[in-house]
Design a binder for this molecule. Structure first.
Ligand code: HXC
Length: 257
């Protein structure tokens, strides 16, 4: 069904694997179209509660496909609104975990940062090397990296184009966890299965609220969160979650609720 990705399902979790190993999973327009189409299809499927996005052992993705971009002019890029389609990926509310082995460079690092969090292998390498290509990041790298790791570190990464290893990425807050390379996908799947076991509406609300923290001033964000918290009372998942605690049993959330 897809040319550049493989999609499979394990229980309530979808696994999307980038499959252009010879090009180190460079993100050309087919990859973009397919990842977005797969994610939007998953979004509508109430049997799926979380997504793991991964690459190969050598590369999560080594960036946007340079051979596809090299000959373009500014008017080509403006006319196509190049990379704008990725906003559809970020609008999907199903939690997305990036499982990263090898290179996550340029657009690859940006794709990882578009996910809700990342689990990286010890050998993973991150960077925004666009400066070496004479351009700025174009898929949100300057914005998301700065929010994740702060201006000093983000500025240094973007201005030098250097590569950051997994231990440094963890310490900086670029990734949530670092595990042995061989355990990256299984660890991400485990996390995704746990997330998918909770009530769908609760998970989506939590995800949306955390995402708002990057955009709203503190007082507005706290007010927004409190409003959502209030409105969750009386819902099936609030009643079941709290009743189960009081009855000292595991909650039984309805699938796809
Ligand atoms: C197209 C790429 C690619 C890319 C690797 N390849 N990255 N093709 N676009 N981003 C291809 C190589 O051309 C090569 O193809 C094959 O993948 C293997 O790569 P090698 O370079 O031979 O491997 P290695 O020596 O191990 O080096 C790995 C690497 C290097 C360090 C990751 O490939 C590299 O620096 N790649 C580019 C990284 C980068 O600059 N990314 C940012 C892109 S711009 P052949 O056919 O020769 O075997 C971006 C932001 C977009 O993402 C915003 C701008 C508008």
């Amino acid at each position: 069904m897809y040319e550049t990705i493989e999609v499979s399902q394990e229980g309530r979790v979808a696994l999307i694997r980038l499959n252009r190993p010879k090009q180190l999973n460079a993100l050309n327009s087919t990859v973009a179209r397919e990842i977005i189409a797969a994610t939007e299809a998953i979004e509508k499927d109430h049997t799926i509660g979380a997504i793991v996005l991964t690459g190969s052992e050598r590369a999560f993705a080594a960036g946007a496909d340079i051979s596809e971009m090299a000959g373009k002019t500014a008017s080509d890029m403006i006319e196509a609104d190049f990379f704008a389609e990725w906003e559809r990926f970020t609008r999907c509310r199903t939690p997305k975990i990036a499982a990263v082995n090898g290179y996550a460079l340029g657009g690859g690092c940006e794709l990882m940062m578009m996910c809700d969090f990342a689990i990286a292998g010890e050998g993973a390498k991150f960077g925004q090397p666009e400066v070496k290509l004479g351009v700025v990041a174009g898929m949100g790298g300057t914005q998301r990296m700065t929010r994740l790791i702060g201006r000093a570190r983000s500025m240094e990464m973007h201005l030098t184009g250097r590569t950051m290893g997994a231990a440094e990425a963890l310490q900086a807050g670029l990734v949530a966890r670092v595990v042995p390379d061989a355990e990256v996908v299984s660890t991400a799947m485990e996390s995704a299965k746990l997330i998918a076991s909770y009530a769908r509406a609760t998970v989506r609300t939590i995800r949306d609220t955390v995402m708002r923290a990057e955009e709203l001033p503190l007082a507005e964000g706290v007010h927004y969160e409190r409003g959502l918290f209030h409105r969750m009372f009386g819902t099936q998942h609030q009643i079941e979650g709290m009743t189960a605690f009081l009855e000292k049993r595991a909650p039984r959330f309805q699938e796809g609720e």
